[in-house]
Write a protein that binds this ligand. Structure first.
Ligand SMILES: Cc1cc2nc3c(=O)[nH]c(=O)nc-3n(C[C@H](O)[C@H](O)[C@H](O)COP(=O)(O)O)c2cc1C
Length: 190
């Protein structure tokens, strides 16, 4: 019951014939330096063997416009469907790994598997992030600030998809000193 989570599309495979997409919510960052993350996948998934064999995959972040494809890739198997074709998603070459990136996704995270932990129902692929590609449109032209929320990222909360809600504060806001209010001059016309 640890929610909300992202619902990402993980692309895998090293040749066009093998390319596949699996939707994953058991995923997250686990180390900053070296940059590491994980995905947990059931061995019964068609993607499991592909990821294990190649030792590489790409985490593609999802958005409101990718919600349908994200759900579909999470309820259909690559053993029966060509998910790229049927969802009209475009596989594009990644910069380091052989697995394709999904062009329509705003952020693609290239991962190399370092260890597989056979936990039980799911096996955890502990991986190093070897490259991150992000849409240039998401960077503020003037400040260079990365505005991921502008892409309307998809959240997964106990069986339902949501978009992010209201902004309520930035990192550290709870301890930030409040700015002193400027004294208003008495004759100031409001
Ligand atoms: C929102 C969502 C999250 C999912 N998260 C996971 C997950 O973390 N691990 C997993 O093994 N399967 C997960 N699944 C199920 C797989 O995506 C699903 O079984 C898919 O059809 C497997 O595709 P494949 O057989 O082509 O590999 C999720 C499905 C959905 C819809």
């Amino acid at each position: 019951m640890i929610y909300p989570l992202p619902a990402v599309m993980v692309s895998c495979g090293s040749s066009e014939k093998e390319y596949n997409i699996i939707t994953v919510s058991w995923t997250g960052t686990i180390c900053t330096d070296p940059p590491m993350c994980y995905i947990s996948v059931r061995p019964s998934r068609h993607s499991y063997d592909i990821i294990k064999r190649n030792g590489e995959y790409v985490i593609n972040l999802t958005t409101s416009s990718l919600a349908y494809a994200t759900d579909w890739c999470g309820v259909r198997t690559g053993s029966k469907h060509n998910k790229f074709e049927e969802m009209k998603l475009t596989p594009v070459p990644a910069s380091v790994v052989k697995a394709p990136m999904i062009k329509e996704s705003p952020v693609n995270i290239e991962c190399v598997v370092k260890e597989i932990k056979e936990l039980g129902s799911h096996h955890m692929f502990i991986s190093e992030i070897v490259a991150v590609n992000a849409d240039s449109e998401l960077f503020d032209e003037k400040t260079g600030v990365f505005r991921l929320n502008d892409s309307e990222p998809l959240c997964y909360l106990h069986g339902r998809y949501y978009l992010t809600g209201k902004f309520i504060g930035k990192f550290g806001f709870s301890v930030e000193k409040k700015k002193k209010k400027k004294k208003q001059s008495k004759d100031r016309i409001i």
